[in-house]
Design a protein around this ligand. Structure first.
Ligand code: NAD
Ligand code: UGA
Length: 465
């Protein structure tokens, strides 16, 4: 066991990043006590559920780690003030969505949760505290956090204890992807730590060195670290928009998108990962992080840079509209009095997260055209689907089934929007029997066996083929 100078870690925010990240640190550093705190009591209760299938985040491999560490050196609570006060290191893992109103609305990140976390830390921290930016933040946010923390000495510095408070800020952005979070955390491509003083950087590096090869730990200045996170997401999203734009060209030329992706991906300079065509990227981060990059570029007068990156989001939205139009066209130009089964509502496979899922926009477009939609998703519960589509629900135009066959009953088409592996093993023969004919399958993820479906009798549209 390591002999460290620190013992207590607090993580503010028990979400998709805070929960899994702290679970993996707790697993690999049994000498550290880790408190994950949140203002959302329901979320904390779910993290503490006895039945581990009720954890608020579904991630393969997470339950077993929580089972091992929870109550040992990993604790979930709403005791924000107390845990801040006891902590040597505080990770801020709160949400940073796109601003909805005011200056920068629609582009800039809303930093109100970051600011309130910084104010709580300023008020309740004691002695020296290293504050770690784990959330994804616009470059230069550390400056704001520093100002809030340092002003605490004036705000609360009425007694000696408050006057002795000191802070260091470190940027340590998270690169995990949902659905593979545990594997990404256990075997990261790299850990990025940006900071101004070596001792704080080393303190954070030391935690990761408990299980990560030191060669994979990259250290930079604060601003490079903050900016690199936005740029990494922008580059990843750009690849998806690039391949999706080519999927449309494949459909009109007779090329096959999977063959093209394979052919270009074997060039080691391009690489084969992240070239899967689909209904556009979803998830809580790609769109918001690119828009944030666009906002920052415009803010610094770099209009060409802003326009370049904005188009990545533009193509993403176009791809979703394109898929809706193709469904309508193939179903004789109208969806009124038609029932469609939507297979997949999460933004990708192996997660229950629906934030910015392409299924939301595509479903809304289809409902607008008068379709009745039956949903089936292996992990997303009914309440979440109904909540996301609330504004479009009239009468009985939306229903959710726990079985694929039930969702398909009487439907004119199945639109596959998430690449859940189990969709390949459904009893497609039976599904065909219960549908209205001609029975269509629209495979927006290009992963079902097109020929096998055609042999059963389906009409099949497969993206980019
Ligand atoms: P999330 O919405 O799932 O979780 C954030 C949590 O913070 C919420 O439970 C919220 O109640 C809590 N919170 C907000 N303000 C608080 C406060 N003052 N005190 C205590 N709790 C507070 O968000 P997430 O998906 O975990 O993302 C968090 C950050 O990490 C974002 O900046 C995101 O861009 C970044 N990120 C996310 C992912 C991902 O895969 N989701 C990956 C890498 C980075
Ligand atoms: C993404 C990044 O991959 C993470 O590195 C990053 O930490 C995270 O964003 C974040 O900052 O939030 P995530 O959104 O969880 O992770 O999942 P991805 O695997 O990147 O998928 C994003 C979207 O792109 C999904 O809708 C997925 O279906 C789509 N996608 C992905 C494709 O359409 N094709 C691909 O080849 C890959």
């Amino acid at each position: 066991m390591k002999n460290r100078s620190i013992k207590n870690i607090c993580c503010i925010g028990a979400g998709y990043v805070g929960g899994p990240t702290m679970s993996v640190i707790a697993l690999n550093c049994p000498d550290l006590k880790i408190d994950v705190v949140d203002i959302n009591q329901k979320r904390i209760d779910a993290w503490n559920s006895v039945d581990l299938s009720n954890l608020p985040v579904f991630e393969p491999g997470l339950e077993i780690i929580v089972k091992k560490c929870r109550g040992r050196n990993l604790f979930f609570s709403t005791k924000v003030e107390e845990c801040i006060s006891n902590a040597d290191i505080i990770f801020i893992s709160v949400n940073t969505p796109t601003k909805k109103k005011g200056i920068g609305a629609g582009f800039a990140s809303d930093l109100k949760w970051i600011e309130s976390s910084a104010r709580q830390i300023a008020k309740h921290a004691s002695n020296h505290t290293v504050v770690v930016e784990k959330s994804t933040l616009p470059v230069k946010t550390a400056e704001t956090i520093k100002t809030i923390l340092n002003s605490s000495i004036h705000n609360y510095g009425i007694n000696k204890k408050d006057k002795e408070k000191t802070f260091s800020i470190v940027s340590n952005p998270e690169f995990l992807a949902e659905g593979t979070a545990i594997d990404d955390l256990q075997n990261p491509d790299r850990v990025l730590i940006g900071g101004e003083d070596d001792s704080s950087i080393n303190l954070i590096a030391d935690i990761y060195k408990s299980w990560v090869d030191p060669k994979k730990i990259i250290t930079t200045n604060l601003w490079s670290s903050e900016l690199s996170k936005l740029v990494a997401n922008a580059f990843l999203a750009q690849r998806i928009s690039s391949i999706n734009s080519i999927s449309a060209l494949c459909e009109t030329t007779g090329a096959n998108i999977n063959e093209v992706a394979r052919a270009i991906g074997t060039d080691t300079r391009i690489g084969g990962k992240f070239l899967k065509p689909g209904p556009g990227f979803g998830g809580s981060c790609f769109k918001k992080d690119i828009l944030n990059l666009v906002y920052l570029s415009r803010h610094y007068g770099l209009y060409e840079v802003a326009d370049y990156w904005e188009q990545v989001v533009g193509i993403n939205e176009w791809q979703q509209k394109r898929i809706t139009s193709l469904v309508i066209k193939n179903l004789f130009g109208t969806l009124s009095n038609k029932t469609l089964a939507i297979f997949g509502f999460s933004f990708k496979a192996n997660t229950n997260d629906t934030r910015e899922s392409p299924s939301i926009n595509i479903s809304k477009h289809l409902l607008q055209e008068g379709a009745k939609l039956n949903f089936f998703d292996p992990k997303v519960d009914e309440k979440k689907i109904l909540m996301e589509l609330e504004s479009m629900i009239t009468g009985d135009n939306v229903s959710v089934s726990k079985k694929a066959i039930k969702a398909a009953k009487g439907a004119d088409a199945i639109i596959v929007l998430t690449e859940w592996a189990e969709f390949n093993y459904l009893d497609w023969e039976n599904i065909y029997q219960v549908m209205r004919k001609p029975a269509w399958v629209f495979d927006s993820r290009v992963f079902l066996d097109k020929d096998a479906l055609k042999n059963i009798g389906f009409e099949v549209w497969s993206l980019g083929t």
